[in-house]
Design a protein around this ligand. Structure first.
Ligand code: ADP
Ligand code: MG
Length: 705
């Protein structure tokens, strides 16, 4: 069995007594079924959940800005007494404005809300109201849709006023003030009982210089200085990271204790002739990585390795060598790619490379399956189909009888992980463009064998934080060098009104014999704001570029049509390939030197970098033109990162900061740990610290927590 990932931050063992903090929120006075249901919508079910409910911001209510001193466009907190309020209806009573006028003795402030007439019932003349918002006008002073809170004279006022006040994420029907009081009371009652985890590590103070957990939780809600919330966040994030690291390390230990590796180091009888006929020399980086892989394949434990290399760095050849090592050792290999186009391209490449060496190859995709008469097999393979089927039917793995069959390299898509499809004698699993797969799919393939070696490849550089967390159980190899003789890639960001010049430029390159990709974000309907769709724009483009021929490629085509589009482009029957981001992964046509992406603002930077990786594969200079439809300055600034650098690592870091980890992780996010406090874009230092701390935990703490 492979390692199954299961992220859950708090999983109580079945027989443990319920700790105070694990009790449901209904144990608190004032929380009935209705409130509990509202809290549940915020994922607050236990008292601990409540104590970890993170304020989204804080208001400094110690010194409020007088209304007279409000400035245009500057978000501030102020207060005043209600002097008038009312709803005005217009457009035949279908639209409304609710207006609330406050006075603090220095000036008046008009607060306005559109189409929320029921707000009227929350206020009365004479109420003292705190408002937070941006003044939209100064004559008269107005704020549109500010956040408000009515101050109630009473003994609880000290919780809500005259302090740094937490403002929580809410849900419909749940008042800010009520929630804040609840947190205050829960803290009062349970603060002393908040356990200090990892006591052995002495996290409070000591090495980390962070507050104790109980103290941190207090600071999180009711800080005394503006610096305290961040201090609290760091402590709580550290706890999350230590727990995660502990889990990663435990899983790793279990794996190492259980799994014995298949000997797959090979004897060079295939690799030698393969490299000799390849037509180029491996780069130093490729050679170094191969040494690392061979080391793993001959080690005592199954390889679990992530191979990271920028687009075009030559991961496929490395994968081929790795496959040959296993094949030389008598084991079969499976390589899974995310799209049929890519699986077929690999099949073609690997067949060219390996068939002459007598290696048996198979292709297994959704449209081509073994046993349905449609499977593609190499010569060697098809000579003995009945033997092969027997081995598959028996499902025997690594037994003598299946070892007797020639080891096979099976390439394919998700079809490889279908339940009915058996892979006998599996020694090595390779996953290309792993970010397109979920962790579960990866494990499904690994489970087709008995602890086969695993190599996952990605062109998306993994920032360190993700490498230590989400990918924590993989070793990492990096190809940090591109093969020589590549033309330059020039990248330009252009506004949509420059398109005519762009087309003229592209026609010149086409006339010189080069080819181009044109990428639109959508398949069929052109979307709002002119977001372009492939099928809709096809005829336009054909006209713009005549007499050159344009082909079309997108995910809704039948597999056969996709393959035809690719091969027409490969043999230059079409000079331009109009596509969706489907071509982002893996496609390799060295004569294509232009990549035009329209509506580029809709793509992540890492994804655009992948698209750009389709060009610059031959000796000619290449051009990547990113056309941003939006007038948005922000979009242009973001895209500029690609103009400035081709360093995939920097681009991935920028993406992580700008868009969060989801984009970089792709499918993986389904298996990603969710942090309340940890920030994968910023917390490298804490993560490293947590890793070390987890390793220092004494043995009993490791198993009981
Ligand atoms: P990626 O890492 O993006 O998967 P590929 O494996 O598709 O890149 O390699 C890109 C191109 O570079 C292919 O055409 C491949 O044959 C070629 N290539 C790989 N390694 C070398 C090398 N050492 N020297 C020259 N060309 C190479
Ligand atoms: Mg590739």
């Amino acid at each position: 069995m492979g390692v199954v990932w299961c992220w859950r931050m708090t999983a109580a063992a079945p027989n443990q007594p319920i700790l105070p903090l694990a009790r449901p929120v209904t144990a608190l006075a004032g929380v009935g079924p209705e409130r509990a249901a509202q809290l549940a919508r915020l994922e607050i079910r236990t008292i601990e959940d409540l104590l970890l409910h993170r304020p989204r911001r804080y208001e400094d209510r110690r010194q409020l800005r007088p209304i007279r001193q409000l400035e245009l466009g500057e978000a501030v907190t102020t207060r005043g007494a209600v002097v008038a309020l009312g709803v005005k209806w217009y457009a035949k009573h279908t639209k409304s404005i609710f207006e609330l006028i406050l006075d603090d003795g220095t000036a008046r402030l008009h607060c306005r809300w559109w189409n929320l007439p029921y707000m009227e019932k929350y206020f009365a003349v004479g109420d003292e109201v705190i408002v937070f918002g941006k003044p939209a006008g100064l004559k008269p002073r107005t704020m549109d849709h500010p956040e408000t809170e009515v101050l109630e004279d009473g003994e609880e006022d000290f919780i809500h006023f005259n302090r740094l006040t937490p403002i929580y994420p809410l849900t419909e029907g749940l008042p800010q003030r009520w929630l804040r009081s609840l947190v205050w009371r829960a803290l009062g009652r349970f603060e002393e009982q908040i356990p200090e985890p990892w006591r052995a590590l002495n996290l409070a103070g000591g090495a980390t210089n962070l507050p104790a957990r109980a103290r941190a939780i207090h600071m999180l809600h009711f800080p005394e200085t503006l610096a305290e919330p961040e201090l609290a966040r760091r402590r709580l994030a550290l706890d999350e990271f230590v727990e995660l690291q502990q889990r990663i390390q435990r899983r790793r230990r279990n794996f190492e204790a259980k799994a014995r590796a298949l000997p797959c180091r090979g004897d060079n009888h295939l690799i030698k002739p393969f490299l000799a006929r390849l037509g180029f020399k491996l780069t130093e980086a490729q050679t170094r990585v191969l040494r690392e892989l061979r080391h793993d394949l001959s080690g005592p434990r199954p390889m679990r390795r992530l191979l990271q290399g920028d687009v075009g760095s030559g991961k496929t050849v490395v994968a081929a060598c790795c496959a040959l090592m296993a094949l030389e050792s008598g084991y079969s290999v499976a390589l899974m790619a995310p799209t049929e186009v890519l699986a077929e391209q690999h099949f073609r490449n690997f067949t060219d490379w390996l068939e002459p060496l007598g290696v048996a190859l198979e292709l297994q995709t959704g449209s081509r399956k073994t046993g349905e008469g449609g499977s593609q097999k190499s010569e060697v393979r098809s000579q003995k189909p009945e033997v092969r089927r027997q081995a598959e039917a028996s499902g025997i793995q690594n037994s003598e009888s299946s070892r007797a069959q020639p080891p096979t390299l099976t390439l394919g898509t998700h079809a490889l992980i279908e339940a009915g499809f058996a892979l006998g004698n599996l020694g090595l699993v390779i996953i290309d463009e792993q970010h397109r797969f979920g962790v579960a799919q990866r494990e499904d393939l690994v489970r087709k064998g008995q602890y086969p070696h695993l190599l996952v490849m990605t062109a998306t550089p993994i920032p360190r934080t993700l490498g230590l967390t989400v990918y924590g159980e993989l070793d990492v190899s990096v190809i940090d060098e591109l093969p020589p003789g590549r033309g330059r890639i020039n990248t330009f960001v252009r506004a949509a009104d420059k398109l005519p010049q762009v087309w003229a430029f592209i026609r010149e390159r086409l006339a010189e014999g080069r080819q181009a990709y044109v990428v639109y974000p959508r398949v069929e309907e052109t979307g709002p704001n002119g977001v372009k769709a492939v099928t809709k724009e096809f005829e336009n483009l054909q006209q713009t570029l005549a007499p050159f021929h344009v082909g079309v490629l997108h995910g809704r085509l039948r597999p056969k049509e996709k393959e035809e589009a690719m091969s027409a482009f490969r043999v230059r029957d079409t000079q331009v390939l109009l596509a969706t981001s489907l071509i982002e992964v893996g496609v390799d046509v060295p004569n294509a030197t232009i990549m035009l992406v329209e509506n580029a603002e809709l793509f992540g930077l890492a994804q655009l970098h992948q698209l750009r990786g389709r060009i610059g594969r031959g000796a000619h200079d290449s051009y990547c033109i990113l056309v941003a439809a939006a007038k948005s300055k922000e979009a242009h600034t973001r895209l500029r990162v690609l103009e400035e650098t081709t360093d995939g690592f920097r681009i991935a870091e920028a993406d992580l900061k700008l868009r969060g980890p989801g984009d970089l992780l792709g499918q993986q996010q389904s298996g990603m740990p969710r942090f309340r406090f940890g920030d994968l874009a910023a917390d490298l230092q804490l993560i490293q610290q947590a890793r070390q701390l987890a390793a220092e935990l004494p043995e009993e703490a490791k198993t009981t927590h």
